[in-house]
Ligand binder design. Structure first.
Ligand SMILES: Cc1ncc(COP(=O)(O)O)c(C=O)c1O
Length: 381
């Protein structure tokens, strides 16, 4: 049966203005590939660790299947607080002014944060290149994403942020390690951004979903180590290969967490309860073997592409964002169309940026596929 009402007329600008076509365009081009080498997916290629699978099954069997407290399962919250105390030195004792909450993925935390702080005309400064949902979330909250140009080194430093601050700026959003660039900010850089935000009375939101994907000798630095006026957002999707479990967390000033919690109560309600139980001990799992594998893959990307294009060596995440060499005379979109003709699926930079000069490679792909894909990209470049 076809719809008899004019749905088009009913749709709100907030959905009509969302640009979904970029990645779809790339995938549509790949529809005719017989056996595509897929270097486009932002999802780990390793399975959920067995301990977590077993804990999920046990939690379901033990009847942890109902709603949890809005802020999250008490055991999981305790584990998150312990992890943050270890990583950034925060105390969550009564009176500390800091709280944590479990969210429906990192995306859920980002959504709640934007809804809690942005109103019509309010601005949030985000990196360019950015993770695709950042501008959309600002739009959904009726605010505006202001792009902080970070080319060519992809460092969102205090010097680059400061000129963008206006009376309407409510927040700065950092993402280190970054998607799509793999750039990782240094301690002094995050410290300077934290200082700037504090001085200007602006909330600093730090999306640290790739906090464990850091290639030695680089270390992860969180601005939360230097300021308590920071909203830390992290998740389990990438670190523990469970993107479909929809589990993340946010921690920061209690006043803000309380408001995010109110919004959560009336929308997402809670993250899947059995799966919250499943990740209680996730932070105890040694991720070194996974990290070694991803370090090797990062090295493979640099070996294949480092001398044929301008490539900022990724120090974290599992993405690389090379520039299409000027002598080819191609935009990012034109280049990825050529790559797809050769069965390699990568994503044009314009999906993540106001510019269309680069392309994103995900190296969360099996080694043989990655090697094959990189060799084809090398010959094209
Ligand atoms: C930078 C960044 N933030 C947040 C997310 C959302 O992750 P999730 O909602 O699965 O935790 C992603 C996923 O690709 C990401 O790359």
């Amino acid at each position: 049966m076809t719809s008899s009402i004019d749905i088009e007329r009913l749709l709100a600008p907030r959905v009509l203005e969302i640009e979904t076509s970029g990645i779809r365009r790339a995938w549509a081009l790949a529809a005719n590939c017989v056996d595509p080498i897929n270097l486009s997916i932002g999802q780990p290629d390793f399975p959920v660790p067995d301990e977590l699978k077993a804990a999920a099954i046990a939690a379901i069997r033990n009847d942890h299947n109902g709603y949890t407290q809005t802020n999250g399962d008490a055991e999981l919250l305790a584990s998150i607080e312990k992890k943050l105390t270890k990583d950034v030195g925060w105390s969550f004792e009564e009176g500390s002014g800091l709280s944590a909450m479990v969210t429906s993925g990192t995306a859920g935390a980002l959504t709640l944060a934007c809804l809690a702080i942005l109103g019509p005309g309010d601005e949030i400064i985000i990196p360019d290149p950015y993770f695709v949902i950042y501008p959309t979330l600002a739009r959904i909250a009726e605010g505006k994403a202001v792009l902080c140009h970070t080319y060519p080194d992809f460092r969102m430093t205090a010097d680059r942020i400061e000129p963008l601050i206006t009376l309407k700026t409510k927040a700065v959003l950092l993402n280190s390690p970054g998607n799509p660039t793999g750039a990782v900010l240094l301690r002094e850089e995050v410290q300077a951004v934290a200082k700037l935000c504090r001085e200007r009375g602006i909330l600093l939101i730090t999306d640290e979903i790739y906090d464990e994907f850091i290639f030695p000798p680089t270390v992860h630095a969180s601005p939360a180590s230097y300021s308590k006026d920071v909203l830390v957002i992290r998740g389990y999707s990438k670190t523990h290969g469970c993107t479909g479990w929809r589990l993340g967390y946010a921690a920061g000033p209690s006043r803000l967490i309380d408001e995010m919690s109110k919004l959560k109560q009336q929308t997402f309600v809670c993250a899947p309860s059995a799966l919250q139980k499943a990740v209680v001990d996730a932070h105890e799992i040694d991720l070194t073997p996974m990290l070694n594998k991803f370090t090797e893959r990062r090295n493979m990307v640099v070996d294949y592409l480092g001398d044929v294009t301008e490539l900022t060596k990724p120090d974290g995440s599992f993405f690389a964002f090379p520039r299409v060499p000027a002598h080819l005379g191609l935009s990012g979109s034109e280049f990825i169309a050529k790559a797809i003709e050769k069965d390699v699926l990568v994503i044009q930079g314009s999906v993540f940026s106001a510019r269309d000069t680069h392309f994103r490679i995900s190296f969360a792909a099996p080694d043989d596929q990655l090697e094959k894909g990189l060799s084809i990209l090398r010959s094209l470049l």
